[in-house]
Design a protein around this ligand. Structure first.
Ligand code: SF4
Ligand code: SF4
Length: 308
């Protein structure tokens, strides 16, 4: 299916992985993600929304999915049989995450540090280590407004292992859908795990010194991963020259500019889809779609996937 803007530009994002990211929290990344998903779904595309912001998922607040499937997500953790353990120290020596401490007569596992790599059980000479598991969060699946297929991960409070949960959310991708992926804020491992495999990343930024500082770092990460990147400037108040200068020098296109608007803030705070309540913003999101297509075409990502 297609989205058509005033200039008659068609876009078909079927099969694409479009990730919404931001260098810092609070830029409006999720607002842009849910409204873009809504626009595509309104145009008849099959859209899947994957909320990988697992520490604070809030796409469901706006898309209001009926969660029909909810399952705990578990990771492997080693279990030591102290009867078989000779305290040789091999496992602690080899664990690069310092998740095992060998004491005389005792081998301790620190599950919160374990990355479930399985190395310790393979190096144990006595077979003292077996595989157990622990729950790190839940995966919820369902269908939201405009029949947007929905999946999110909700990390347990205090849990550090976000990456395995993010991978499970991404493993839930279906075809033929366009995948709108909501990344965590920042530039740490969970962001990298979310960005991997993206056909394009839309960085949502605010036109402030803090926004620009964190945007630069996030764009560097996307570049390292070789992902075509564009920017949505949110809460614009008439331009911010250092941001414009940076984007021009870096060759990063501005995909859309969303003005500062108390009406948007009000609808957001009520958990609403902006484009439903304020349809004059549909033009802005159609411009985003058209500019995204140009970005994809520039990087030759889109051409092979276009339908006639
Ligand atoms: S599974 Fe890997 S990370 Fe976990 S304790 Fe064993 S060696 Fe360390
Ligand atoms: S490698 Fe096996 S035997 Fe050696 S300390 Fe670890 S659990 Fe014990």
């Amino acid at each position: 299916m297609r989205v058509q803007n005033d200039q008659g530009i068609m876009i078909d994002l079927t099969g694409m992985n479009i990730t919404m990211a931001s260098g810092k929290g609070g830029t409006g990344k999720t607002t842009v993600a849910v409204n873009f998903a809504w626009l595509l779904a309104s145009a008849g595309q099959r859209v899947q929304y994957l909320d990988c912001d697992v520490e604070e998922p809030n796409g469901h607040i706006f898309l209001k999915p009926s969660i029909t499937e909810s399952a705990p997500s578990k990771v492997m953790v080693p279990v030591v049989d102290q009867e078989k353990c000779t305290s040789c120290g091999e496992c602690g020596l080899k664990c690069q995450f310092h998740a095992i401490v060998n004491l005389p007569g005792d081998t301790l596992i620190f599950p919160g540090l374990c990355h479930s790599c399985g190395l310790c059980s393979s190096v144990c000479p006595t077979g003292a280590i077996t595989e157990g598991d622990r729950e790190i969060g839940i995966i919820g699946k369902g269908s939201g407004t405009k029949r947007i297929d929905f999946i999110h991960g909700v990390l347990n409070v205090g849990e550090a292992m976000a990456v395995p949960l993010i991978k499970k959310v991404k493993n839930g991708r279906k075809d033929p859908y366009v995948h709108i992926i909501d990344a965590p804020p920042g530039t740490s491992c969970p962001v990298v795990a979310t960005l991997k495999g993206s056909d394009a990343v839309i960085m949502v930024t605010e036109p402030t010194p803090f926004g620009l500082h964190d945007l630069k770092i996030a764009i560097d990460v996307a570049r390292l991963l070789n992902i075509p990147t564009g920017v949505v400037i949110n809460r614009d108040q008439g331009g911010y020259q250092p941001l414009s200068d940076y984007l021009e020098a870096a060759g990063i296109p501005i995909l859309a500019v969303i003005p500062e608007d108390a009406d948007i803030a009000r609808h957001y705070s009520q958990g609403g889809i902006i484009l439903e309540s304020l349809p004059h913003y549909i033009d802005v999101y159609e411009t985003l779609a058209a500019n995204l297509e140009k970005l994809l075409d520039t990087h030759s990502v889109h051409a092979g996937r276009m339908r006639s």
